[in-house]
Design a protein around this ligand. Structure first.
Ligand SMILES: [Zn+2]
Length: 205
């Protein structure tokens, strides 16, 4: 190999390494907040709860979009993601859900999280939403799917909450929830902003 070829090979390798590094860096660059709409985009598998009138996925999308919108207004960098996840890092990740129950009105609101690192944030959210949501609450992580949510493994977040905001299959709860979805989203955004130490105004509820 002559000197010209050798330096060309050297630069080609250098460029490839640089590209690989940029790709790695862009996929792992941490962001402040990741907001997931549960079940969004799923056509098979766990497509979410539904009643005769409403689909959980639709409500999740509406709430997740509004949370992200409010966080942007408060200058917080946010990534809005669907059910399908890729490896990502964030300070806070929140997955939005509504529950469904075989026996209507057997469920209500609850919270899931992967470890004790999210416990205090979960309690702060519960305190806030308990003042507002007038129906049943379950213990934290009361089901296997709350405790072992698949996205916990993909999203490396300092704090990760899966929020079940109420039961969509309970007429009474659904009737209460539907006109308040945006307000609930503002309450979630407020809770996230406070957790990040931002001085934002509490939304009127
Ligand atoms: Zn769900």
């Amino acid at each position: 190999m002559n000197i010209k070829n050798r330096s060309a090979t050297f630069f080609a390798i250098l460029i490839l390494l640089l590209m690989a590094f940029i790709l790695y860096w862009s996929t792992t660059k941490p962001i402040s907040v990741i907001i997931q709409a549960g079940h969004e985009g799923r056509t098979i598998g766990n497509t979410g709860a539904e009643s005769k009138l409403y689909k959980e996925e639709d409500w999740n999308i509406l709430v997740a979009d509004e949370v992200a919108k409010q966080l942007i207004v408060w200058n917080i960098d946010v990534k809005r993601i669907p059910a399908k996840v890729q490896f990502a890092r964030a300070k806070i990740a929140v997955s939005i859900h509504f529950d469904g129950a075989e026996t209507p009105c057997n469920s209500g609101a609850s919270i899931g999280y992967p470890s004790d690192a999210s416990y205090a944030f979960a309690q702060r959210w519960k305190k806030l939403y308990k003042n507002y949501f007038p129906f049943k609450w379950h213990n934290d992580n009361f089901t296997h799917s709350l405790k072992n949510y698949y996205a916990y493994k993909w999203i490396q977040a300092e704090k990760f909450l899966l929020l079940e905001l109420g039961e969509i299959t309970c007429d009474k709860q659904a009737k209460w929830l539907k006109p308040r979805l945006k307000k609930i989203a503002h309450l979630i955004a407020y809770s996230i902003a406070k957790e990040l130490g931002k001085d934002v105004k509490k939304p009127k509820i």
